[in-house]
Design a protein around this ligand. Structure first.
Ligand SMILES: *Cc1c(COP(=O)(O)O)cnc(C)c1O
Length: 362
């Protein structure tokens, strides 16, 4: 065990998840969403690994996320797209680096054409998410853009409810997008996030845009896909304490011991991405046992009740697993009433990240 919180990322597990999704969406092309440092797991290592797997399209959220990897991606014949669009960044900075913005409004598209003419761009059509994108039924704006020399290389929309396959909105958004997509039939078109990849063939168009499922978290509510777990987030046990019935733990003493027992103090806290919402709700896994977090998570440490272990003192300086194969992000998120997306992207602070695994043949 390292002396500080450690995240170990198994790149081969991400490849396995990529292959599973690619097979599911085939014959559509499978892109990879590696925004937010690949959801906290390390965008560069994952990008290199997926390039070796013939993944050729990578989505980021902001221009500065894409810049360090664009040369690598473009040299391999791939493309880097930025979902948040131009925003407050300069068009010429995208064009100079060969990064493709996903234009999200008429104003943004006009700005792009005015600034850099026919440099390639993607266009986001809103079909019901009401977050980003030009309304898919806005005929006059779409006509203006196609007539004014916008060089479109990708057309996309985004599903709001794909994690609940039975929701009517999935059908409604699909119908709205199909009505428009027919007009762009030679264009790479995408609509699906991870959950959408499992909705069925009609939603896949020419390309899929999974993020979360690549990183091993379950995208569809109530469904367990055979995804591999690529993350292992651990922190060291700093101290073992014997406690008495009635003792309080942590700030404000929010947990009171019901019996005598043993506790372990673990050297990671909310600085490192362990949410305060784990206080008295989530667990840790130490030496083969799942044990409850007691009291509040503090900045640099938290406490688990290890009374269930037959030799509590043997856990001194061992690794406490916060997320991994034995205790998944999904399980912790469910216990604490939090989102897997948040837990994954929040790992950080003093955490050291190590990548293991190397590209393998198909
Ligand atoms: C983040 C994002 C995705 C990936 O979503 P997951 O649910 O993580 O698979 C796809 N498309 C857009 C527009 C996104 O913002």
């Amino acid at each position: 065990m390292q002396p500080c919180p450690t995240l170990t990322v198994d790149l081969d597990a991400i490849t396995a998840n990529y292959r599973l999704i690619r097979k599911t969406v085939s014959p559509a092309n499978c892109a990879a969403v590696i925004k937010a440092n690949a959801y906290g797991l390390g965008a560069e290592a994952i990008c290199r690994h997926l390039l070796a797997e013939q993944c050729n399209t990578f989505f980021f959220a902001h221009l500065p996320e894409a810049l360090p990897l664009t040369k690598l991606i473009n040299a391999a014949g791939g493309q880097a797209l930025v979902l948040n669009g131009l925003g407050l960044y300069a068009s010429r900075d995208f064009a100079a680096a060969g990064v493709i913005p996903v234009l999200n409004s008429l104003a943004e598209a006009r700005q792009w054409i005015g600034d850099v003419g026919d440099a390639p761009a993607a266009l986001h059509l809103d079909t019901g998410m009401n977050r980003l994108g030009l309304p898919a039924d806005d005929d006059s704006s779409i006509l203006e853009l196609t007539n004014n020399g916008l060089k479109l290389v990708h057309l996309m929309s985004h599903l709001a409810c794909a994690d609940q396959p039975e929701r009517e909105e999935n059908q409604t958004q699909l119908r709205r997008f199909q009505a428009r997509a027919a007009q762009f039939d030679d264009m790479p078109i995408s609509m699906t996030n991870s959950a959408g990849c499992f909705l069925g063939a009609a939603w896949q168009f020419a390309m899929a845009r999974p993020g979360l499922a690549l990183y091993g978290a379950q995208p569809v509510i109530g469904k367990s896909l055979p995804l591999q777990i690529p993350y292992r987030f651990e922190a060291p046990v700093l101290q073992i304490r014997q406690f008495n019935k009635g003792d309080g733990f942590g700030y404000a003493g929010t947990h009171k011991a019901a019996t005598d027992g043993y506790s372990a103090t673990i050297g990671a806290g909310y600085t490192d991405g362990i949410p305060r919402g784990f206080s008295n709700t989530a667990h840790v896994w130490i030496d083969g046992l799942k044990m409850p977090i007691i009291g509040r998570v503090s900045m640099d440490s938290f406490v688990a009740d290890i009374s269930a272990h037959s030799h509590p003192h043997s856990l001194y300086h061992q690794a406490a697993l916060i997320y991994g194969q034995e205790l998944t992000i999904d399980e912790q998120a469910a216990s604490a009433g939090l989102s897997s997306y948040e837990l994954l992207t929040r790992i950080g602070g003093r955490t050291i990240t190590r990548h293991v695994g190397f590209p393998t043949a198909n």
